[in-house]
Design a protein around this ligand. Structure first.
Ligand SMILES: Nc1nc2c(ncn2[C@@H]2O[C@H](COP(=O)(O)OP(=O)(O)O)[C@@H](O)[C@H]2O)c(=O)[nH]1
Ligand SMILES: [Mg+2]
Length: 320
């Protein structure tokens, strides 16, 4: 696509045509929080909202990357295009484990319907969850039907990432009942589907029962979706077609037909952006050292934290 003058079309236009090189470039800009990222998102945003976001989380080594790889193959067999965002720092997709990266990519190598991107887990000023959300937006704009986000369910950032997907899949393995504790309690509550992977190992049924027992403590209404507990062997692909079927059943479930979940996602994003903008504004308008002085006053108990916060807001808002 070229503009009338014969110069290359703007990046946003090329992303919208699905050009993988433009997609890679746009993702880098967004991930690096480049100054042009906001205007890029501005141009792309009206063309987003079509992709379905699948969050996959669980402890390191549970087989998430292997499972995602198989799931992508399953999705591709139905003809849908896929974007994968690997946020898991231990993921073979991510930098560092370059050999694993190549091996993993190899199964989809040459398939333009699959775009895999690893995210650096550090250095995001606006937060990892924000960066991940924006990368997913760019993939959405580029026409990816499905975006799969892999993350380790250990930190708050990861929980936020999975919570902001359209569906959250929590992956556990047999043998260690502690796994359920190893991931954040909050993750158990956000799971729409539980997967007991490595079901070729002893104790898979016990793990299923313990998750089911845990679920029975939660109150589900008759209209609610009841999170199923599935068994998979990601290394062989066993159970993966059933997982994909379950994802589709969730997507079609009456409880998912409104925009409640997406509205919650946008509310959360907007709050994050406003908070970040306010923090940047504070840095500009507060007199040098003022924030530190207030922290010291609170530490010395000469000032209470509510009064200190009120003073900061007053100075900031007064200067807007
Ligand atoms: N036995 C068995 N091993 C598996 C299975 N799925 C993955 N693995 C292995 O578990 C290890 C960790 O897998 P990986 O996908 O990197 O886990 P992640 O850290 O959760 O992304 C690898 O050596 C995989 O080959 C499975 O279903 N059964
Ligand atoms: Mg991984």
């Amino acid at each position: 696509m070229t503009s009338p003058a014969g110069t290359p079309a703007p990046l946003a236009d090329r992303v919208l045509t699905g050009d993988p090189r433009a997609l890679a470039r746009a993702i880098s800009l967004v991930e690096d929080e480049s100054p042009v990222a906001a205007s890029l998102i501005h141009d792309l945003f009206p063309h987003t909202g079509r992709a379905y976001l699948i969050g996959v989380t669980g402890p390191p080594g549970a087989g998430k990357s292997t499972l995602v790889d198989r799931l992508v193959a399953e999705i591709r067999s139905g003809g849908l295009s896929v974007g994968v965002i690997a946020v898991d720092p231990t993921s073979p997709f991510t930098g560092g484990a370059i050999l694993g990266d190549r091996l993993r990519m190899a199964s989809h190598f040459g398939d333009p319907g699959v775009f895999i991107r690893s995210m650096a887990t550090r250095g995001h000023l606006g937060g990892l969850a924000r960066a991940t959300s924006d990368v997913a937006l760019v993939m959405d704009a580029a026409g990816r039907d499905i975006v799969v986000i892999e993350t380790v369910g250990v930190g708050q950032d990861e929980v936020d990432i999975v919570r902001s997907a359209d569906i959250s899949i929590v992956t556990l393995v047999p043998g260690t009942g502690d796994d359920v504790q190893a991931i954040k309690a909050g993750v158990m509550e956000i799971a729409d589907i539980f997967v007991v992977n490595k079901a070729d190992r002893d104790g898979a049924n016990r793990a299923v029962e313990s998750i089911a027992a845990n679920l029975s403590l939660q109150a589900f209404g008759p209209e609610d979706w009841h999170p199923p507990v599935l068994k998979t062997v990601a290394s062989s692909g066993d159970g993966v077609p059933e997982l994909w079927a379950s994802i589709q059943a969730f997507r079609a479930h009456p409880s998912q037909q409104g925009s409640t979940r997406r509205q919650a996602r946008h509310e959360w994003r907007l709050r994050e952006l406003v908070a970040a903008a306010f923090a940047r504004h504070l840095e500009r308008v507060l007199p040098t050292g003022e924030f530190d002085r207030l922290v010291q006053a609170v530490t010395a108990r000469t000032l209470d934290p509510y009064t200190a916060a009120a003073r900061i807001v007053e100075q900031a808002v007064g200067a807007i």
